[in-house]
Design a protein around this ligand. Sequence first.
Ligand SMILES: [Zn+2]
Length: 344
Amino acid sequence: MKKQSQSPPFLPEEIAQMSAECLCGERIFPALFDRHEEPFEPIVPYGQDGSKGAWVQQATEVNCQCGRSVQFPLNPVTPAGSVEFFGDEADRELGNYFFQGYSLVGGTSGQIVDLAKGLAEVKANWVSGVKPESWTIHTKDLIDGRQRRQHPIYKQISEDRVFPFLQACANVLRDHDEFAWNHYVFSICKHSSDKRERQRELKAVKIANHQALLSMAIYRATAQGLRPRFNFEAIREIKAFPHIEGWSQDSYLGSRHYLAHALLSHGTFVPAPIFVNPRSHPCLELADIHAFFAARTVFKRFRGSVPEIGLPQFGRFVYHALVSPDRAIRAGDDDIDSSLIPTE
Ligand SMILES: [Zn+2]
């Protein structure tokens, strides 16, 4: 085992605070962030495909100074289904602060179908004579007057109908939020005045947010016996599929070598997130709209005004603010708590 700084950030309190008493009276803490040579995950017997079962590690041992070993149960949960997650991000400069946030729209297969149908209906109602699947919503371009007028489809939505249209899209999420798995994580950081230093800071913030979001969704889904599958928008158009961006693949696969991750995922194998073409699924369009308005809400409040579409219009999301790379606090159920947003 060797120590490494790379580890899954943001752990639920019950994992972070885990300890047990040895027979000698010593309090023992599991080595959550020691890197193990072998990843923690089910082992499939040689020559089988895993359909007949796999060996799942049930506990991990920690040696006490007295020579005894103390067991920590891993409480594995066997997944009985899966939950699909679709993520997108947005950022803004807020004076000396930098804001970055990730939206994650999630649901089981039936819920995903309902969201896709709901969005298709809205698109068909607002732009007639065009198949809703043949065009996609990119909120930034739709709101930008010049971009909208040059777009073959967007130009059919007149300026005064842009926000009502986007609100109708937001309400698709709200109308299906009863069993939703929607999450949002953001960070607001004071940034450095040095441009190069700032680039480094932004990258670190982005990675921390991304990992915190994955951690939360993995913990919640696997606790309920669901295997999470993550689909994120790639930053650039993808040429080869499936394509996984270097830092995400590395940070994710690296995390599987830690006990913290085994506890976080309830012993369930979670596939690494995949990066897909922008707006290649209706739920990515919904994530794009939500991420845009979450960032706009924060920006407008920073400037002392109100957004055209408030976050409650999107229904329930689990909002979290990352206050340090390993600590997230609850930031609201249907809106971002204003006390967490600096003002100009
Ligand atoms: Zn002991």
